[in-house]
Design a protein around this ligand. Structure first.
Ligand code: NAP
Length: 280
């Protein structure tokens, strides 16, 4: 067994990784809580994933985050994957356990839900019907986590309907798949509209959706945080809906990971938000 590292190292495995804001978040917390350690970026091409993962425990790392394109490919390389990550079909956090085994989790969906509660503490996944747009990895995390936290009806629309059907099959009958073309009617009576497509992110066309049928009391969440306010969020804010961008997800998914690696549940402070804002 290796000598335990008092200097804690964690990082991000992905390809590419240079764009990530995760080092800003975790290194801010390490400094704030006076914990000796560092969060670093590991650019790992797909053909080197297995060797890199085998090295995580051997090098004495506390764990890592996992991003594109490794979130699925890492499954067989882990000793244990928790139920929610299995249902999502993707891992975004790996923790090295005391015995050196590797456990995989996915905190993205719960991070998104917490970001909604941060702006509206009364909102709950069962507050009313939910419309989720998109059926990629992020949508799957959001839908599975909403269902796990008690959502009663999740309407799901995606340009490619088969991918929405796959999520419904994995998550259960609480998910109702709707044609992409009917996304505006699906706004009727919702308590939450969540954009989990990449439409509206920097360099992509905006999400096209008229919000006339959206109740004024509904929350509108966009997983995108570059730009900080997508055209969807701007339109929703202008008509009086409370809006949340993807920064809240990014920050909230990082909290349980930091806690597992470094033993402190960190807080999201104005200083941390400022540090992130400075990177835009
Ligand atoms: P993904 O797996 O590539 O999925 C992309 C989704 O966008 C799919 O549903 C895709 O539909 C849809 N889409 C793309 N172009 C479209 C178009 N022209 N018309 C209609 N739909 C279109 O990506 P992901 O990992 O799920 O991420 C989705 C978004 O969430 C990205 O913008 C990502 O940056 C963001 N995200 C943010 C965080 C965070 O920390 N805040 C975390 C994860 C993801 P098809 O299935 O039809 O292709």
């Amino acid at each position: 067994m290796a000598e335990p590292n008092t200097f804690g190292i964690a990082g991000l495995l992905g390809w590419p990784v240079a764009h990530s804001r995760s080092p800003v978040i975790h290194n801010h917390w390490l400094a704030h809580y006076g914990i000796p350690g560092r969060y670093v970026l590991f650019g790992v091409p797909p053909e080197k994933l297995e060797a890199a993962v085998r090295g995580i425990a051997a090098l004495g790392l506390r764990g890592c985050n996992v991003t594109t394109p490794h979130k699925q490919a890492i499954f067989p390389l882990l000793d244990h994957v928790d139920d929610l990550a299995r249902r999502i079909g993707a891992v975004n956090t790996v923790v090295v356990e005391k015995d050196g085994t590797l456990s995989g989790f996915n905190n993205d969906g719960n991070g998104f839900i917490q970001s909604l509660r941060d702006v509206d503490p009364k909102w709950q996944p069962d507050s009313g019907p939910i419309l989720v747009l998109g059926a990629g990895g992020a949508a799957c995390a959001v839908v599975a986590s909403l269902a796990a936290q008690g959502a009663k009806e999740i309407r799901l629309a995606n340009r490619t309907p088969d991918k929405a059907q796959d999520i419904a099959a994995a998550v259960g009958s609480v998910v109702k798949v709707l044609p992409w073309e009917r996304r505006e009617e699906a706004l009727d009576g919702v308590a939450l509209l969540a954009n989990a497509t990449s439409l509206g992110s920097a360099g992509k066309p905006p999400l096209e959706i008229a919000l006339d049928r959206l109740p004024r009391g509904a929350l509108v969440g966009d997983l995108i945080y570059v730009p900080p306010e997508t055209p969807l969020l701007a339109a929703a804010r202008q008509r009086g809906n409370v809006t949340v961008n993807g920064l809240g997800l990014l920050l909230n998914q990082a909290r349980p990971a930091f806690n597992a690696w470094f033993g402190v549940m960190p807080e999201i402070t104005p200083a941390l938000k400022q540090a992130i804002a400075a990177t835009f």
